[in-house]
Write a protein that binds this ligand. Structure first.
Ligand SMILES: [Zn+2]
Length: 366
């Protein structure tokens, strides 16, 4: 397996306030672990370029990009605060450009066949950033920027985005909410009393995009068996039908059982099995083209090993154990509810392909 990673030292320069969970040590400890385990000997490291303004502005408004740039130029201080957990330092803008550029580089290398798959280890993360707003530790939505770049510059029409971060990807889903060319699915902790307060089952997309946004909000305590059940029973058959050109994963490891800011129970074995399931699915539907990008994951003691488990699975090392165990009753109930609401909305009915024709992406964007 020809597997890549993306990393850049600039990612370590973006620092929020002291003791912030989204800190440079997340990547420092991960890279140290990768060095120690010698996995870097068997993967190719890509050196990213910063995303251009044109790249950013396919997703974000010009005013938003300029706002982050000028806050960053001012550095820390009372002007540098966006909200109570999203700060800006003098390196935020340059790191965020390289994070978006890093995910773009991963997507491009996989799309061109230079790599089979790639794990972009970037920060700051992106999936909460919307067109006009930085929030939830995120400034620019890296995965959306990558998808729009591949659609604009390469012959990519349909992308499946799967988000296993503990938090719903309100930024990413907003970007593609009316777009049937991007199937967006997320499994996350129930947002009724959990950030970002979006990501409910009935948020399913609008207009032509209705049915192409899928939220699976699970209660605290949900773990490996439930995640794999959702993947195998719901996600895989629908992605087979959607037939994407590429699969992108917003890989937030804050659904880990040890994580500090969620109450979910996914273990390293669960992440390995999810990775393998998505690799097999990509083999089946899009010649194996699979890109992962780091979102959350805040326990410095466990995050490096979890990231390593995901990367080693991408290189072809099979998961050590099968995921077994009982499915929670809440998972069965939620899945029934999701299937019922798709059925009553007449979405995902019989038919060869929910996107009617291969519409060129230039036309689709009109
Ligand atoms: Zn998260």
């Amino acid at each position: 397996m020809n597997t890549g990673i993306v990393f850049h030292n600039e990612y370590l320069k973006h620092k929020q306030i002291e003791n912030h969970p989204e800190n440079p040590q997340r990547l420092e400890t991960t890279m140290e672990y990768f060095l120690k385990t010698q996995i870097l000997d068997v993967v190719e490291q890509l050196n990213p370029e910063p995303a251009s303004l044109e790249d950013l502005e396919r997703v974000h408004s010009k005013a938003h990009v300029q706002h982050i740039k000028s806050l960053s130029e001012m550095g820390h201080g009372r002007f540098g605060v966006i909200d109570s957990d999203t700060y800006v330092c003098e390196h935020t803008y340059s790191a965020a450009l390289l994070a978006a550029g890093g995910v773009m580089a991963a997507g491009e290398a996989v799309w061109k066949g230079e790599l089979d798959n790639c794990f972009a280890l970037v920060r700051p993360p992106g999936h909460h950033a919307s067109k006009n707003q930085a929030t939830g530790f995120c400034y620019f939505d890296n995965i959306s920027i990558m998808v729009k770049y591949l659609q604009a510059r390469h012959n990519v029409k349909k992308v499946f985005i799967f988000d296993w971060d503990a938090h719903a990807p309100n930024g990413t889903m907003g970007t593609f909410y009316t777009d049937p060319g991007v199937l967006n699915m997320s499994i996350h902790q129930d947002p009724r009393n959990f950030y970002p307060g979006h990501g409910f089952i009935d948020q399913m997309g609008e207009e032509a995009g209705r049915g192409y946004t899928i939220n699976f909000p699970v209660p605290a305590g949900t773990g490996d068996a439930d995640y794999l059940h959702f993947l195998n029973e719901f996600v895989v058959p629908r992605v087979r039908k959607f037939k994407p050109d590429l699969i992108a994963v917003a890989a937030g490891q804050d659904s880990h059982i040890s994580d500090l800011i969620s109450q979910l129970n996914v273990t390293d074995a669960g992440y390995a099995s999810m990775t393998k399931t998505l690799m097999d699915l990509a083999d089946e539907v899009c010649k194996g083209k699979l890109v992962l990008e780091l979102e959350g994951g805040y326990n410095l003691k466990t995050l490096p090993a979890t990231n390593h488990k995901i990367l080693s699975t991408l290189t072809g090392i099979p998961p050590e154990k099968e995921i077994e165990g009982k499915i929670l009753e809440s998972t069965r109930t939620l899945l029934q509810k999701l299937n019922d609401s798709l059925k009553s909305s007449k979405l995902w009915q019989e038919g060869p392909d929910p996107v009617e024709a291969d519409v060129p992406c230039e036309e689709k964007q009109k």
